[in-house]
Ligand binder design. Structure first.
Ligand SMILES: NC(=O)c1ccc[n+]([C@@H]2O[C@H](COP(=O)([O-])OP(=O)(O)OC[C@H]3O[C@@H](n4cnc5c(N)ncnc54)[C@H](O)[C@@H]3O)[C@@H](O)[C@H]2O)c1
Ligand SMILES: [Zn+2]
Length: 383
């Protein structure tokens, strides 16, 4: 069967933001979140590069973490007034994801959110503008994924918008931008990247190309996350983590993810546990559960000098504690009463999550609940 492996034009390395000078056009909108890209100098850098190549520019700012439909609509209106031929998403994944969906609405103002939520629900883009992504967090790999996550605040639900149209045209992976990340965000986003690599490698539609990127990205996380956490100005560690995030993104956008993400989406939405932290809590137990159905964790274990899935799960727990991320949902401050009142409903939602269908072991609803409860208590899964 023919398989498609897509990639934008990609520049990576410390200082690679300079490569933005290669774009040609007349007008660019820069979409950012809060103050981090102003404070770390990357916004000023992008503006000066655009000035040097005579591209007029304006800023859409104020994209909040887990961006809402309203934020996306506000941005699209600004795009329609300014008429850019380049969209530049700069900052954390939230800013870049919002920019992707603003772009879709700029090209197709009539599109409804319901249409966009359908798989491949976005019509052809690029009649008005092209898209450059410059990430400042090292976690999701959104610069090379065909995905944007938008939140419906009224319903309290996060929706993945999946379409190959959303794959950026240009991605710049410059670790210099990450030096300003606080240690907790470094830890959470880095563990998200690790989870993407691990889940992509064991996906039931795994692929030779994705395998190499997943293994390589995982090894980079094991070798660099602690250094990036302890030494924020360490350029090599920052760049290696940025590359790991991008490699994990390449892997998962092609072969999807598994139930660590299905569970993490629930505890993120219900308890506000940051996405990477939620993944890191559940991943070791998901490995123990899945190892009964796949021996592919042994390959990953060997890459980091371990022998089997249990060793591998424990190595992840060790890394998690070194970067000060909690090991159970209970430790995040969720009460027993609240947890056991909600776990059935969360299990049902996790069971229905799109990622569940790519998990190497087909779980029952009851098994999801059992894995969830072990992750709550911080005990090892044995089923
Ligand atoms: N598009 C995808 O492929 C994909 C994949 C997985 C998850 N997601 C979504 O991505 C979002 C999370 O993105 P994220 O983890 O990048 O976090 P984020 O963009 O929400 O940013 C988190 C915080 O970090 C700050 N920040 C970002 N870069 C910084 C820097 N260099 N220095 C200092 N502070 C900085 C932001 O201002 C923000 O307060 C979630 O909504 C998640 O569901 C998207
Ligand atoms: Zn993730």
């Amino acid at each position: 069967m023919a398989r498609l492996f897509q990639t934008p034009e990609l520049y990576h390395g410390l200082g690679s933001i300079e490569e933005l000078k290669n774009i040609s056009g007349k007008k660019a909108v820069i979409v950012i979140g809060g103050k981090s890209v102003r404070e770390n100098g990357s916004l000023a850098k992008v503006e000066s590069i655009l000035d040097s190549i005579n591209i007029e520019h304006c800023i859409v700012d104020g994209v909040e973490p887990d961006p809402s439909i309203e934020t996306v609509r506000r941005g699209a209106e600004a795009f329609l007034a300014f008429e850019p031929d380049w969209i530049i998403g700069l900052g954390g994944c939230s800013a870049i994801d919002a920019a992707k969906v603003m772009w879709a609405l700029y090209e197709h103002p009539e599109l409804s959110f319901d249409q966009m939520k359908q798989i491949c629900g976005i019509p052809a883009l690029r009649t008005k503008a092209r898209f450059a992504a410059i990430p400042a967090t090292s976690g999701t790999g959104t610069e090379i994924t065909a995905l944007a996550v938008i939140t419906d605040r009224a319903k309290g639900v996060k929706y993945p918008i999946v379409s190959h149209e959303l794959l950026p045209d240009l991605a710049i992976v410059d670790g210099d931008l990450c030096k300003s990340m606080p240690s907790n965000i470094t830890a959470n986003t880095g563990l998200d990247a690790l989870t993407h690599c691990v889940e992509a490698y064991v996906s039931n539609i795994n692929d030779n190309y994705a395998d190499v990127l997943a293994k390589g990205g995982m090894e980079l996380v094991f070798n660099n996350l602690e250094t990036a956490f302890n030494e924020p100005q360490n350029g090599d560690a920052r760049q290696n983590m940025h590359d790991a995030s991008c490699m994990g993104g390449y892997a998962f956008t092609n072969v999807w993810l598994g139930i660590a993400h299905s569970l993490a989406h629930q505890i993120g939405a219900v308890y506000g546990i940051p996405h990477g932290c939620a993944n890191a809590i559940v991943l070791p137990n998901v490995i123990r559960f899945n190892a009964k159905a796949t021996d592919r964790y042994n390959d990953l274990a060997k890459v980091i000098g371990k022998k089997d899935a249990e060793d591998f799960a424990e190595a992840i727990e060790e890394l998690r504690s070194k970067v000060l991320v909690v090991g159970s949902i209970k430790e995040f401050g969720v009460s027993q009463e609240d947890w056991y009142a909600r776990v059935k409903e969360m299990s049902a939602h996790a069971f229905a999550d799109a990622c569940t269908s790519f998990n190497p072991r087909v779980p029952t609803l009851e098994e999801i609940e059992q894995v969830f409860n072990c992750c709550y208590e911080g005990s090892k899964v044995t089923i």
